[in-house]
Each structure stands twice: as structure tokens, then as C-alpha cells.
Design a protein around this ligand. Sequence first.
Ligand code: HSE
Length: 402
Amino acid sequence: MAKIAILGYGTVGSGIVEVLSQNADLIKRRAGEELEVKYILDIRDFPGDPWEDKVVHDIEVILNDPQISVVCETMGGEQPAFDFSKRALMAGKSVCTSNKELVANHGAELIALAAKHHCNYLFEASVGGGIPIIRPLISSLTAERVTEICGILNGTTNYILTKMQEERAPFGELLCRAQEKGYAERNPEADIEGYDACRKIAILGSLVTGKSVDYKEIYTEGISGITPEDFAYARVLGDTIKLLATVKEEKDGYLAAVAPALVSEQNPLSGIRNVFNAVFVRGNMQGETMYYGKGAGKLATASAVAADVIDCVKHQGKHVICLWEKEKIELKDFSGVKSRFFVRTAASDEKKAEELFGTVEKVRLDSLPQEFGFVTQEISEAEFQEKTKQLPGFVSRIRIKD
Ligand code: HSE
């Protein structure tokens, strides 16, 4: 029997207990042995909870117990999760986590530590909640040179954008709903401003390059500036708006960015609704593949952690190679990156817009006679910023997904 410990009895931690007990029989057959949750570490007590007798408050109990072979870290945040994970790995205990902040910051170091101590550091649940995307990248697509990943990697913002489009509900109300459903981070700014998606694309970028993508160097923009009026324009263009996280190999280096974009209805990412996430992957041999599923929520995320636990049990005493080195990969300077933009500006700017951007395709809404929208040609970020400074009535802009 394999004995495991869970660090943090919150949404995901309690979900793991539920998954492991509800599917205990088939998990036993698939893992080759029974899995037992021996400890749950939390600072709180849970009187009346069926698992209350498993709760401990001291990490030493877990680290010093030779029976524990796998630790699930579902505490979130940097510390003490980082110290606990390192110490567990040094004790030869595999660690499975949903903690994207920790993985994005220290993935290379923790994987190296696991290799040194013949155990594993697995993090399927850190990207895309329940969607299998890490395992496809590190096992199914290992013969591919992955040249592009473009994904909807945050459930909260996709839920908000979907409802903004379909119900025209106000932003604040939608965020509350996402929080009630357990999708949002403790600090929802991480979702709204794109930081969560940024960490996730840094993890995917590190796996495809085999080096470390520093999330602090990724251009990141969230959805707090997106309004129902933007969706009204998008409808006229036959598009929708999605928060896209991208990493792409170009001739002169890797581009990485997180930003909202107008996505054509022909693009499969446009049909991803509510809390669902999707990751589009382009490989040099296989071409395009896409991975889709619930990007957040208790059981979806917990199931991904539980699958990692089973993998660790199947590979006890053996480190499964995952190429992610500490050396940093240099990203392309975002100011030189080219896109087409949709621009909203005052009706009085019509002549100026043509002078700056040439002949442009214009879009007007009856409900907004004081302004108009137009689509630019492909232009660099720096050049675009320079030109929009000269538009006196500039309202907003959004990039167009190519
Ligand atoms: N807050 C995250 C999201 C949870 O909404 O996608 C899953 O990482």
C-alpha cells in the first residue's frame, strides 16, 4: 500500500481526498497497489470532517515518516510550499502539485532535486486545471519540435468574458460568480490581470524549450480594460474576445505574451466557453493538436494531481526525465513584435487615423455615434504606440489574433 500526505486542505487538497476515495478501486488497479491518505497538513482543525483524524499541524511528522512516498502540495504560494517541497524531495518523497507560482519560479530546481533523489516532481494540475497538457508535452510529444503554443489558460477570465458576451452582465458581478464557483485565485487580480495565465505559459514555454522562461519577462495584459462595447464591435467583425497566452518560436527567437485578442469565429479557440480552457500546440512533425477541458474547479484540478500521484506510485525509486534546465531563455523584445490592431477612437479622428495608418477598414456602432473603430495593417508594438499618441480621441485598442 502506498501512503501519501496532502499539504493544504483547501479546495484542491480536499478534492484529492474525494477523488482518491471515490475512485479507490480503479485507482488501486491502475497504480498496482492501494493508495492511502495518511496525513493532511493544515494550520486549521476540521471538526466533524470525515478525515479530521488525518490532520496534522507539523510538517516534520510527514517528512520523518518513511512510509510516506508521495506528497501532494496544494498549499499554493511560494512559502512555505517551496521549503516543504524541497525537503520532501530530499527525503526521496515524490511531490505532486497544482501550485503554478512555485512551478513557474522553481520548476527547474525542483525537477533537478527530484532527479538527484530518484523521485519525481510532477505538476500536471498547475496548467489548465484538469486538462492533460503537461504529460502530452513531456511524454506524448517528445519526438516533436513544438514551435507554438497558444491557449486560453485561465478559467476565471474565460468565464467572465463568456458571460460578458452572452449576458452583458457587469464585470464585478461576474467576478463574484467566478469566486463563488471556486475558480478564482485568493487574490483575483492574479486572474484578471493575466498573471496566472502568465505563469502557466511560462511553465509550458519552459517545457518546450527545455530551458527556463522567466515569467517576469513575459508581456502581460489582463482583461480589466475589456468592456461590453468591445464585444459589440467584435460581433460586427465576426470575432470574439479571448485572453490568449502564447509562446512561439520565430526566426529570431521566442515570443511570449499574455493579452486579450480578437479571435475569429473560424478559430477553434473562439468556441471555448465559460471555465473551459484549451491549449493549441503546433509541432514540426505532427502539425496541430489541441487539448480541451475544465481549466479550474475542485475536482477537475484534484483529478490531475491524483493522476500524478498514481504516476509516482508506478515509478517509485525511478526518476522520469523531464527536460527543464535552469538556464534562462531570452525572449524577443515585445516592442518589436508585430500585430494587427483594432482601434477605437473619437469620430473626429477619422482623417487623422487615415493619415497615420493609411486606408483603414472602419466599423461603426449605432449605439456609439461619438466614436468609430478601425483595423490596422500589421505594425510593431512600438510603432503602434507612437502613432496612437497622435490620435487625440483614442479610446482603446485590442490585438487581432492572426
Ligand atoms: N484561478 C485559476 C483559473 C485556477 O481561473 O484558471 C486554475 O489555475
